[in-house]
Design a protein around this ligand. Structure first.
Ligand SMILES: [Zn+2]
Ligand SMILES: [Zn+2]
Length: 340
């Protein structure tokens, strides 16, 4: 099969031939239709503690069709089933796996990180982390299930309630997904802080009720458009200093949800958070129920995340598109299309 292979920091991915995967027990092989490029992919191919070994195949936002069945399957899978999967190869037996939280499995491997990923013609999944797509859901829309599940999970763990005022920092795919769900859950105001014009426009098309800039006046900008302070703040950038900025903006007893991936030391001053009795609730990944909810809402046409997709490229063109995402541009979510 063809796969886009990581060759080291500073070098573009290389499309080359790899052996077709064979499914182990309780695994499926999926022919990939689409696989989205994620910020995590860019992070893990950059020099630093999270960098993957050379020869890794990335891609965890994949959808496709079952083409090979492993032994001892519990679910009656059939070749041709259209599927997506939580990108985890996990044990399938522990409490976390059985409870639909494979991210917490002690034996977990991540597809597209330490396990072969979806920037390839075929990918292997655990059957118990694989979900069938309903007929009403197009394969292309299904390619957004993973980032939408990240956003839903953050909104859920943040305990967002209808009528609350929400501030989201950053209008990348995750900030946009959080905006979509905050709107869906009935937030009174969904305000996205973002400097780039194209991303501000995207935020408005994905559910934001207003967009504001960044910097020291953020608190005043928020109050100007909403008439009050934010009840829930989602930090979706992951750059040092932003958690502290959210702490300073937050009113008493607000909820702060850091969702952005920050891999550098980040100093915070706890005192203002203490004085205000802030709740700080980190959010990572998703559960099986998050995936099922996203699938159901997409299939029913109750959410539309398609504005987020700003590009679709072939596997051959993907390495160049991947490198281009390292510098700010008009792109947001770029999908790799593996099959016509
Ligand atoms: Zn992702
Ligand atoms: Zn497990």
């Amino acid at each position: 099969m063809k796969a886009a292979v990581f060759k080291g920091a500073g070098q573009p991915l290389v499309v080359e031939d790899r052996p077709d995967p064979a499914p182990a027990e309780r695994q499926l092989v999926v022919a990939v239709d689409y696989c989205g490029i994620c910020g995590t992919d860019l992070h893990s191919t950059r020099d630093g503690p999270a960098m993957l070994p050379c020869e890794s195949v990335l891609g965890h936002e994949f959808v496709g069709e079952v083409v090979e069945l492993g032994q001892n399957l519990v679910t009656p899978w059939e070749k041709g089933d259209r599927v997506c999967a939580l990108p985890f190869i996990s044990c399938g037996k522990c409490e976390a796996c059985v409870g639909g939280r494979p991210f917490e499995c002690l034996e977990v491997g991540c597809i597209g990180l330490d396990q072969p990923g979806g920037f390839a013609e075929y990918v292997t999944t655990s059957e118990f982390n694989t979900l069938k797509l309903p007929d009403q859901l197009t394969t292309r829309d299904a390619a957004l299930i993973e980032p939408l599940a990240v956003g839903l999970h953050a909104v859920r763990v943040g305990g967002l309630r209808a009528g609350q005022r929400v501030l989201i920092t950053g209008a990348g795919p995750i900030g946009l997904a959080v905006a979509l769900w905050a709107r869906f859950m009935g937030a009174r105001d969904v305000v996205v802080s973002e400097p780039a014009d194209n991303r501000r426009a995207l935020a408005l098309s994905m559910g934001a009720t207003a967009v504001v800039g960044v910097g020291e006046t953020l608190s005043e900008q928020f109050a100007d458009v909403t008439g009050g302070p934010p009840d829930v703040l989602f930090e979706c950038v992951g750059a040092p200093g932003l958690i502290q900025q959210c702490i300073e903006i937050a009113p008493r007893r607000a909820m702060l949800v850091p969702v952005g991936v920050c891999e550098q030391p980040d100093t915070i001053l706890p005192f203002p958070a203490l004085i205000k009795e802030l709740a700080i609730q980190f959010a990572i990944a998703y559960t099986r129920d998050d995936y099922e909810t996203v699938i159901s809402m997409l299939a029913q046409g109750r959410i539309d995340a398609s504005p987020m997709v700003t590009g679709v490229v072939s596997l051959e063109d993907m390495p160049a598109a991947f490198e281009a995402l390292r510098t700010p541009s008009d792109q947001c979510k770029v999908l790799t299309r593996l099959r016509a």
